[in-house]
Unconditional design. Structure first.
Length: 73
């Protein structure tokens, strides 16, 4: 019984720790390159969290702005 409890605890621990992370917007990532690089390293190519998605969107916008110039809103 103790073995199963330990195994379940170990398997569920990452869910609880990632659910408590602050979610950054793509604008925050665009303004803070250190934060952006940190999250890109965490996410790699397959991260599916909201922070990973926002970091990828920020990179896309940075590259687009570099190529076409800043977008006018």
């Amino acid at each position: 019984m103790k073995k199963y409890f330990l195994m379940i605890t170990i398997l569920l621990a990452p869910l609880f720790t990632t659910a408590c992370e602050k979610t950054y917007s793509k604008e925050e990532f665009k303004q803070n390159k250190t934060l952006l690089n940190e999250w890109l390293a965490k996410c790699g190519m397959g991260g599916t969290s909201e922070n990973c998605q926002n970091a990828r969107l920020a990179i896309q916008e940075i590259e687009r702005d570099r190529f076409f110039g800043p977008s006018k809103k």
